[in-house]
Design a protein around this ligand. Structure first.
Ligand code: UD1
Ligand code: CA
Length: 456
């Protein structure tokens, strides 16, 4: 049975980005442009009915979206958007796609609602082809929509090919690069696309004039002046789109009951989950699959990615947290660095200039100043003195340090792993500990202080 499919055009190099990276892999708030387009399609078209035309940097594209490769169609030479459609056509056809939604891969902010509205209008009016337009006073490099005296669409003319003498005075309506089409009606037009134009490319946009000339109904659906429908072609346009997205995410958080101080400087990625009742302060960056629980508070100048911040936790300013889990009611920072697999359990405290990696601080344990905890397990209530270093790396491999519950590690201690400090043990300041210390023991490892008369 004929069903709805989607095709994303993403094979181009993106020359105006002046970068070797395929354009659609450039990121907005940490996620590639193409990721945002896939996300807009979620719930509209099943993943199995989404195809992507790739070409330039196809290998990088596969690496960036391994789960999507079954839907990749390779356009070896990028001869234009019309050629991209021609290249994908056999795959779409044999999959039984009846209605096809086509989206330029460089339109990362396209709202799901705009795609849904276009599809609804398409289903209601059944034209051969429909496309979304944007009102733009300065149409710059975008394709221009040409309408006849009755307001019906006549053609889309690309900027380079636009001649006011032929096409009439420049209007302010442009093509967004988002189309819905009836495969059966458009199929016969496809081979008729030519490349006799200023770019020497096969344009998908020429389908409009071809359909009109064939007497087929074409619909130019006006999307208003929504800047989210604009394609991104240069670093400056990418930066503008990213700022739009940033502001809309922050507005959404404020509406949902997240307290955002200095909202103009808070950056929150699209996958981050901030529960209502948490509090953050800009400037800050919160990326990836970070989760901040209700009642947690994150101070300014923090950079956080893929981390979990528990209820009631307080992250003071200037912390760098990645792949870590901060438990309920913990206090972190200022100036703390939590690296992947750092875990702080209920009420633990990490102070300034403390770095943790693959290390766990048990409930109520503290490392308040100038410490490195790597490959370490610290028991509940233990106290790690200033300047304590777990020497986890011997030049070849990493080894673990285990510190028991209620242990007290004196300042400036080096714990040479693998080593275990017992429960409630005490290590004197300045020690270099190379052997295990038993429960309830006092370990001292330093030379006795001498006092001699000073030489005159
Ligand atoms: C295109 C439209 C233009 C519209 C604009 C909206 C055409 C001819 N023009 O122009 O009317 O206003 O989008 O943003 O379509 N691509 C391929 N294979 C190719 C060429 C391009 O897959 O051979 C992909 C690109 O990766 C890109 C998309 O198609 O994601 C659009 O191509 P691009 O070159 O950016 O077209 P525009 O000049 O922006
Ligand atoms: Ca473009």
């Amino acid at each position: 049975m004929a069903h709805t499919g989607a095709l994303i055009l993403a094979a181009g190099k993106g020359t105006r980005m002046r970068s070797e990276r395929p354009k659609v892999l450039h990121t907005l708030l940490g996620e590639p442009m193409l990721w945002h387009v896939y996300r807009a399609l979620e719930g509209l078209v099943p993943d199995s009915a989404v195809w992507t035309v790739v070409g330039h940097g196809a290998q990088q594209m596969r690496a960036a979206f391994p789960g999507r490769t079954p839907g990749f169609v390779v356009q070896e030479r990028q001869l234009g958007t019309g050629h991209a459609l021609q290249t994908a056509w056999p795959a779409l056809d044999s999959a039984g796609v009846g209605t096809l939604l086509v989206v330029n891969g460089d339109t990362p902010l396209v709202p799901r609602a705009a795609l849904a509205a276009l599809l609804d209008e398409f289903q209601a009016r059944r034209p051969a082809l429909a496309f979304l337009t944007v009102d733009l006073p300065d149409p710059s490099a975008f394709g221009r929509v040409v309408r006849d005296a009755h307001g019906a669409v006549a053609a889309i003319v690309e900027a380079k090919d636009y001649d006011p003498a032929v096409h009439g005075p420049l209007g302010g309506e442009i093509n967004s690069g988002i189309y819905a089409l009836d495969m059966a009606a458009v199929g016969p037009l496809l081979p008729r696309l030519g490349n006799a134009n200023a770019s020497g490319e096969f344009y998908i946009t020429d389908l409009v004039a071809l359909a009109v000339q064939a007497g087929l109904p074409v619909l130019g659906a006006r999307g208003g002046a929504d800047p989210q429908l604009l394609g991104v072609n240069s670093p400056a346009e990418l930066a503008r789109a990213e700022e739009l997205l940033r502001a809309s995410i922050v507005d959404g958080l404020l509406d949902a009951g997240v307290m955002v101080h200095q909202p103009g400087t808070a950056v929150v990625g699209p996958r981050a989950v901030l529960e209502p009742g948490c509090e953050i302060s800009g400037p800050c960056e919160i990326h990836g699959a970070t989760r901040i629980a209700a009642g947690a508070s994150v101070g300014s100048h923090c950079w956080i990615r893929d981390a979990e911040i528990g209820p009631g936790a307080l992250v003071r300013p200037f912390c760098h947290i990645e792949g870590a889990s901060v438990g309920p009611d913990c206090q972190i920072g200022p100036f703390a660095r939590l690296r992947p697999q750092a875990v702080t359990e209920q009420g633990a405290r990490v102070g300034n200039f403390v770095e943790m990696k693959k290390a766990r601080l048990g409930p109520g344990a503290k490392a308040s100043h100038l410490t490195y905890l790597g490959d370490a397990q610290v028991g509940a209530g233990a106290n790690i003195g200033a300047g304590t270093i777990t020497c986890n790396y011997d030049g070849r491999s990493k080894h673990e340090t285990v510190i028991g519950e209620g242990a007290f590690i004196g300042s400036n201690t080096a714990l040479v792993a693998p080593v275990r400090i017992g429960d409630r043990a005490l290590v004197g300041a300045g020690s270099v500990i190379t052997r295990d210390v038993g429960d309830d023991m006092l370990a001292l490892e330093r030379s006795r202080q001498r006092e001699l008369p000073r030489r005159k």
